[in-house]
Ligand binder design. Structure first.
Ligand code: PLP
Length: 486
């Protein structure tokens, strides 16, 4: 600490409006320049662990730093150590889409700085969210019971993981009615291809991993309804209480789609008492966005009429930057009943009128950002037509890549292409597949792997905002060169 504390500048240390405006314009320019050149950078940075921290002083500054020094460090420290998710050559994991309207809406959200825990702490934040969620029900042709003007409704969460956790807690409360003695008897079901967030959610919800059954999948890696029925029947015979199934529409590894209608049929044979059925949650994290394309709806929306909850991530494939997951429930009372805790200091006239939504009761945190702004900007700026065009185009590019794989003598599809994901392997086995992965990644593009039926698989996920045919062509060249025997 300095021996003496300097006198503060007149007006304190805050940047004034002119300074904010000037730096804001500069930084919007910086982001625009970054996005213009990101395709020329290798997607993965060439830094060793610890490199970033080694560039930074060990202590936070005592005196205010000039803006120039701060901005210069974006180029010196941040960009060289960034994995460029916004590169059109990013084909790994799943996309983390962003777009100009989305980025600018997030800037506005930060500027407004609203904390929308209650309707009264942000009427626009709350009502815009309700409205945009209702818009999406229509836009994606989801069941009307997810709309807020019936018993259901939508809410924006930070991630599909949180949405699934929220659904698990609601399902737990619906099954136990708050009676803790029932907890140990609960059993949940998901496929052996489901995302790890399901098991994590089960554990966070106070159950054990042993209370989650991983149901066998078929040759296409989709949940087998007969295996689900057998697992449920065995548990019921043993005195357990099947309370939840999490079905996946678009698994992470291979974009498999569980047969939601058949899964629902299995659940309809289970009676939790008073005619109540186990909760059906559908995780459509990436694939849900495909419903913006009418001809893809039969694949991704099948069976949803029976779902108690459904979530998808606009932050994956709907051009809305992280974080933005939308969770719908058919019965909001079950969700609110599970999560509502009302201390005196949050009591409020508008809430007590019953005429408003307080989203604090719809997820784990109390506080919430104004996330609906970015969805609102994106939906308006692209229109349904624009969104469908780009999603359809990604699927078309995946189709074209899959056809090239099929025609190549040394490569084969590990599973049929589904939506925007191509899973392939080298016919000579895992070592050769690994060489293909290495060849693509050495080219500056980026793919990741999975294992399907024990086999190493190269995944190509096509969904980045700015990916067009020439990026997939370049990926194919690197892949074919790595595969040999062309
Ligand atoms: N569910 C599925 C099917 C996914 O593919 C993913 C992402 O990998 C998730 C859930 C988790 O998404 P989030 O990062 O939004 O929690």
């Amino acid at each position: 600490m300095p021996a003496t504390v300097p006198d503060p500048p007149a007006g304190g240390y805050h940047d004034n409006a002119d300074e904010f405006r000037r730096r804001g314009h500069e930084l919007v320019d910086w982001v625009a320049d970054y996005l213009a050149r990101v395709e020329d950078l290798p997607v993965r940075p060439a830094v060793a662990p610890g490199w970033v921290r080694a560039q930074l002083p060990t202590s936070a500054p005592q005196a205010p730093e000039p803006w120039e020094a701060i901005v210069a460090d974006l180029d010196r420290v941040v960009v060289p150590a960034t994995t460029h998710w916004q590169s059109p050559r990013f084909f790994g994991y799943f996309p983390a889409n962003s777009s100009p309207p989305s980025v600018l809406a997030d800037l506005v959200s930060s500027g407004l700085g609203v904390q929308g825990m209650l309707w009264s702490t942000g009427p626009a934040c709350t009502e815009l969210e309700t409205h945009v969620c209702d818009w999406l029900v229509e836009l994606l042709d989801l069941p009307a019971r997810f709309r807020s003007d019936g018993a259901g409704g939508g809410v924006i969460q930070d991630s599909a993981s949180s949405a699934t956790l929220t659904a698990i807690v609601a399902a737990r409360e619906a099954a136990t009615g708050g009676d803790p003695t029932v907890l140990a008897r609960l059993r949940a079901y998901t496929s052996d291809q489901a995302h790890s967030s399901v098991e994590k959610g089960i554990r966070v919800a106070g159950l054990t991993a042993g209370q989650l059954r991983l149901v066998d999948t078929d040759a296409d890696h989709a949940m087998r309804p007969d295996a689900l029925a057998a697992a449920v029947a065995a548990d019921v015979a043993a005195g357990a209480l099947p309370f939840l199934v999490v079905a996946t529409v678009g698994t992470t590894s291979s974009m498999a789609v569980d047969p939601v209608a058949a899964v629902a049929g299995v659940l309809d044979d289970v009676d939790l008492g008073d005619g109540r059925r186990p909760w059906l949650h559908v995780d459509a994290a990436m694939a849900g966005s495909a419903a913006v394309v009418p001809e893809l709806r039969p694949l991704v929306n099948d069976g949803l009429a029976r779902a108690d909850s459904w979530c998808f991530d606009p932050h994956k494939w709907l051009f809305t930057n992280f974080d933005c997951d939308v969770l719908y429930v058919a019965d909001r009372a079950a969700l609110i009943g599970a999560l509502s805790v009302l201390p005196e200091y949050l009591r409020d006239e508008a809430s007590e009128s019953g005429a408003v939504i307080d989203y604090r009761d719809w997820h784990v945190p109390l506080g919430r950002r104004f996330r609906s702004l970015k969805l609102w900007f994106v939906l308006r700026r692209y229109g349904a037509v624009g969104l469908a065009h780009h999603v359809r185009e990604h699927v078309r590019l995946a189709e074209g890549l899959a056809a090239r794989v099929v025609a190549h003598p040394a490569l084969e599809l590990a599973v049929p292409r589904s939506l925007n994901l191509v899973c392939l392997a080298h016919v000579d086995g895992d070592a050769a597949t690994q060489r293909c992965i290495d060849a693509v990644n050495a080219s500056g593009a980026f793919v990741t792997h999975t294992r399907l039926a024990g086999r190493l698989v190269l995944r190509v996920c096509i969904g980045q905002t700015r990916t067009v045919a020439r990026h997939v062509d370049a990926l194919w060249e690197a892949l074919a060169a790595g595969a040999g025997r062309g």
